[in-house]
Unconditional design. Structure first.
Length: 329
């Protein structure tokens, strides 16, 4: 029988606030869509700009779109983050209510440091995944798709030319994501071991002093910390590769648009305002592109930690107990 993914198991048992989710998604989408109008109006202002006659109506409309975009984006992000906080509150309440009612043999078999880590540190992983990663996903997709559509409408030939950088970027990101997954698995294991060591030593400090094993416990802690340090450096190296590559791709894309766009303006195929709008769309496109591309590495990193955490939830709670308590939130 195929084992159920612990992440799906936990999420399926949650009582999701559907109304709040729909409102948050709608507001975030409207905020992203309003942001797509900013480059278009910028291009029109450039084309229609005249020192002798300033179009104040167009400028006022341009400023209004800026304000609406900021309000909608901020409100949508707040609502999505609120959903994440509700889920974290439910999970922590579930675990603590169950753990505190368990019999002493359970606490004899499980180190207190690991249990504390499950209730505090590990839930931060779920919190980041739900309240930070997921809220940025939908606006990024809307901005990405919308910007691409507008670029094709403005000049499809120039847009196709800029796509030559994307396949190279994807080929680099995929293997880096796989490496990040392996590193995250090892990091999660070492952190859990270190938390367990701290909990055991602190609760048995009197025994440690009597037996004069301070040096032994220090050596064990240093081994764990050294492994965590090495794994952290590996993650830093991958991040040091991903971010510069993302920046190079964006700069190369802008350079292609500027070079080809100058030729298009010289031949009268496009206006200066159209070129400015396209550059704005590429810049606007860069952030969601970076978010979605680094999502390959971030998801590999976060999913390992989330699955490890939900496995512990699944072990601590029986299915009926979990379902009963989670439905209250």
């Amino acid at each position: 029988m195929k084992r159920e993914n612990p992440l799906f198991f936990l999420f399926k048992k949650l009582s999701w606030p559907v109304g709040l989710i729909v409102a948050a998604i709608t507001i975030s989408s409207l905020g992203s869509l309003s942001g797509l109008l900013v480059p278009l109006f910028t291009g029109r202002i450039v084309d229609k700009f005249s020192v002798s006659h300033i179009n104040w109506n167009l400028i006022a409309l341009f400023g209004g779109i800026f304000v609406i975009n900021a309000l909608l984006s901020g409100l949508g992000l707040y609502l999505l983050s609120k959903i994440g906080e509700k889920i974290i509150y439910a999970i922590r309440s579930v675990l603590w209510e169950h753990i505190i009612q368990l019999k002493m043999p359970f606490f004899d078999k499980n180190e207190s440091g690991q249990l504390m880590s499950r209730l505090t540190d590990d839930t931060k992983v779920i919190n980041e995944f739900i309240s930070q990663k997921l809220p940025n996903l939908l606006p990024s997709i809307v901005t990405l798709v919308g910007s691409l559509i507008m670029l094709f409408i403005l000049d499809w030939k120039m847009t196709l030319l800029t796509f030559i950088t994307i396949p190279i970027f994807v080929l680099i990101m995929i293997p880096l994501g796989r490496i990040m997954q392996k590193i995250s698995t090892s990091t999660q294991s070492e952190i859990a071991n270190f938390s367990g060591l701290l909990g055991r030593v602190l609760t048995e400090m009197r025994l440690v002093k009597i037996s004069n094993t301070e040096r032994l416990e220090l050596d064990n802690a240093h081994k764990n910390l050294n492994e965590i340090y090495k794994l952290g450096l590996k993650q830093a190296k991958i991040a040091a590769v991903v971010q510069p590559i993302s920046g190079i791709v964006m700069l190369l894309t802008i350079a292609i648009i500027l070079g080809f766009g100058a030729l298009e303006i010289a031949t009268g195929a496009i206006t200066a305002g159209t070129l400015i709008a396209m550059i704005f769309y590429v810049i606007q496109l860069s952030m969601p592109l970076i978010n979605l591309s680094t999502l390959v590495t971030d998801y590999k990193k976060q999913s390992v930690q989330v699955v490890e955490y939900t496995k512990s939830c699944k072990n601590l709670l029986n299915r009926q107990k979990l379902l009963k308590i989670l439905k209250m939130y």
